[in-house]
Design a binder for this molecule. Structure first.
Ligand SMILES: [Zn+2]
Length: 423
């Protein structure tokens, strides 16, 4: 007995040291398995999941005794969704005080907690990967990402850009000079090539997964060469560069400077969209519904122009799709609408993609495989295939026929762990 105990103890120690556990294999019976890459569905498939990863997929996969079976035979199963433009730790709850109001009212710790709350809402509606593109106080999204990765909290896989790099002033406007540059709580002022290089390096140092710049907040904007320097520096470290820009010469500089994506680009001309297609610049359009835009203005005076801007955004999305620009889904939700959480608000963008006449298959690609490639995680997640992370969702209706079926979610698994299963 004693000897057996010693052997048992010894084996246990080996397991502890090697970090291995006897993980349960899970078999998902998928009635309809959607492949967003091809826009097709295969019937009666089995997905095996172990240690957070997909170990096999197919119609004739063997289910060994002792395997936990999850029955999704009546459902439509697809990879977890991705949002390439989120601000998890930001909430415009001090309406009228703008971004600056948030810097003054909330500590970095509070922002991280807010981000955690939002992250849980986001996962609940099926987004298993989210890229946070800055405005996270003093790198709060990096701590949030790491805490979720450690397993302390439940949330989507988070990628972060660190602080936003911008010409003097960040995204503030006319702060009185005696207040000092307090936007530096959220932004790095970088003017000229040397400062831009340093700013990129600062973000990499603190743990960013990508670089985010704002090109055109003021009358002055980044030159093509300044963008190129940021891209060189970031790419050398394996990080992509995304740039907030709306239109015109500033956008042309972003495209020709070699940025990986334009964020927003609400009023890009056909000529610039064509240039994006030629250069392979991705559009993360953050295609706001008009009522979300209106919420950003507490006075209500903005509502008419919000409708106008909403229509311009739909028109730009339609033109970008027609021209063949690579589209990746991104929402940019920053203010909670009454009665809705941020996860639910992200799904409001589906209606904008429908209004732009984009087929559901193309939108699903922009939310899964194309997003994964853009976010540089395609070797780890973004599809239901052997060896990838088990980020899997299921709906009760077919999103290939009607995109709004994504609202009829009944199952969410992230890294092989079931987060939600409505029966
Ligand atoms: Zn944004």
């Amino acid at each position: 007995m004693k000897f057996k105990n010693i052997i048992g103890c010894f084996l246990f120690m080996i397991l502890l040291i090697s970090g291995q556990t006897f993980a349960q294999t899970i078999a998902l019976r998928a009635g309809n398995l959607i492949d967003p890459a091809t826009g097709t569905a295969s019937q009666n498939q089995i997905i095996l999941v172990k240690d957070g990863k997909i170990t096999d997929v197919g119609p004739n996969v063997k289910i060994l005794p002792g395997t936990e079976i999850i029955d999704l035979s009546q459902a439509w199963v697809l990879p977890g969704l991705m949002d390439a433009h989120a601000h998890l730790t930001l909430n415009f709850q001090y309406l009228g005080a703008g971004l600056e109001g948030i810097y003054l009212k909330e500590s970095t710790a509070m922002r991280a907690l807010h981000g955690l709350h939002t992250a849980m809402n986001v996962l609940h509606v099926g987004f298993t990967t989210v890229r946070d593109v800055g405005n996270d106080a003093n790198y709060a999204a990096i701590d949030l990402r790491d805490a979720i990765n450690i397993g302390w909290f439940t949330g989507p896989t988070i990628l972060t850009t660190g602080k936003i790099i911008a010409p003097f002033g960040g995204q503030s406007r006319r702060i009185p000079p005696e207040q000092g540059p307090f936007w530096l709580h959220e932004y790095i002022d970088a003017d000229g090539e040397d400062e831009i290089r340093k700013a990129v390096r600062q973000n990499i140092y603190y743990g960013a997964d990508a670089i985010k710049m704002v090109a055109d907040n003021s009358a002055f904007y980044y030159s093509e060469q300044e963008i190129r320097v940021a891209v060189e520096e970031a790419h050398a470290a394996g990080l992509p560069v995304s740039v907030h820009v709306m239109e015109g010469e500033a956008a042309r500089n972003v495209i020709l400077g070699g940025a990986d994506s334009i964020e927003h680009g609400f009023t890009l001309s056909d000529e610039l969209l064509q240039l994006m297609k030629e250069k392979g610049t991705v559009l993360v359009g953050t295609d706001f519904p008009a009522d979300h835009l209106a919420r950003l203005d507490p006075s209500g005076e903005f509502i008419e122009s919000a409708k106008e801007m909403g229509n311009k955004i739909i028109d730009r999305l339609k033109r970008a799709h027609k021209i063949g620009v690579k589209l990746v889904f991104g929402t940019d939700t920053v203010a909670n609408l009454p009665g809705k959480n941020r996860g639910e608000m992200m799904l409001d963008y589906l209606a904008i993609w429908e209004a732009a006449g984009i087929p559901p298959t193309d939108t699903l690609r922009a939310m899964t495989v194309d997003a994964a490639r853009f976010l540089q995680v395609e070797k780890m997640r973004g599809a239901i295939a052997k060896g990838l992370a088990a980020d899997i969702i299921a709906t009760t209706e077919n999103p290939l026929d009607d995109l709004q079926a994504l609202r009829k979610l009944m199952f969410v698994m992230k890294n092989g762990k079931v987060f939600r299963h409505d029966r």
